[in-house]
Write a protein that binds this ligand. Structure first.
Ligand code: ATR
Length: 277
């Protein structure tokens, strides 16, 4: 039997840990799959993914900076992907591609399940308004925090993201605000960095006054790209967390979309931390 082939599509993908994670899930659940990296030219995402599907690929994860573009390739969307207008998981169904977004569920599972920090009633600052931030905002609202502020370098993009989620926020009585990076308030319980500032070699894009003492400061990045943020968070009295837990949790959710089975994430996260130590 030949394995079903999946991939992570993005730019860059050279250091992605998704192949390792999905290999562990496959072994654990007895599924015959292989999982590759698909480096896409910046103007060639659609062509690269279509060629991968035509060659027998069954689905892919989508990472920076193509999550909005991936949304446009899907014929049907899960409600959470439609809300985010961003897709991180494509399944190449015969009658048209299905797009989902597992980032938000992955983030919430990591914070509440793995880190043991309930989000209900908390004040959250979400940095960024690109595909990564869009993918998690709906799930964060769903945990019933007191308030979420979305801060972005380009404040208009933060406003647009907030606008698209305002109905949900009002229904759940969550205060949802948008702002720039220099006027985003102070003393938050939870800081989530969903910008790609570190990919661009830039530093932490906000002042440390956004952190309440003992706040959780989580970067969706991991490995060397998260190092600067984690050091900044620790030196400012916060509990620092990288994006490895979220990565494994969103991958488990994607694995379920493709294979109909939910793997056990705990041993895989432990193995990944050991592998990267
Ligand atoms: P992703 O899928 O990782 O979200 P993206 O859609 O390209 O990728 O979005 C990148 C995000 O990182 C955006 O919010 C971007 O801010 P702008 O919308 O103002 O461009 C943010 N970002 C990138 N480089 C940054 C930097 N040096 N400082 C602050 N924010 C940055």
């Amino acid at each position: 039997m030949t394995p079903d082939i999946y991939a992570v599509a993005g730019n860059p993908v050279a250091h992605s840990q998704s192949p390792f994670i999905h290999a562990q899930f496959a072994r654990q659940t007895g599924q015959l799959i292989s999982y590759e990296r698909l480096q896409c030219p910046i103007d060639g995402f659609s062509a690269t993914v279509q060629a991968f599907a035509a060659a027998g690929g069954r689905g892919c994860n989508v990472t920076v900076p193509f999550k909005f573009e991936a949304c446009r390739l899907a014929r049907t969307l899960s409600p959470r992907a439609a809300l985010a207008a961003a897709v991180n998981t494509l399944r190449f169904d015969q009658d048209g591609w299905f797009g989902d977004n597992t980032d938000g569920a992955g983030l919430v599972r990591d914070i509440e399940g793995n880190a043991g920090i309930p989000l209900a009633g908390q004040r959250i600052l979400l940095l960024g308004a690109g595909g990564a931030a869009a993918g998690v905002l709906g799930s964060l609202i769903g945990t019933d925090p007191a308030a979420i502020t979305v801060a972005n370098r380009n404040p208009d993009k933060a406003r647009a993201l907030v606008e698209s989620h305002q109905e949900l926020a009002k229904a759940r009585r969550v205060q949802l605000l948008a702002c720039g990076l220099t006027d985003c308030g102070r003393s938050y319980d939870i800081l989530v960095n969903g910008t790609s500032a570190s990919l661009a070699g830039a530093g932490v894009p906000v002042s440390a006054e956004v952190l309440k003492p003992g706040a959780l400061a989580l970067d969706m990045m991991y490995g060397p790209l998260a190092a600067n943020f984690l050091a900044w968070a620790r030196s400012n009295g916060a509990q620092a967390r990288d994006g490895l837990g979220m990565l494994v949790e969103q991958a488990a959710e994607a694995f379920e979309v493709w294979r109909g089975l939910r793997p056990d994430t705990k041993p895989v996260l432990a193995a990944l931390i050991e592998r990267l130590a």
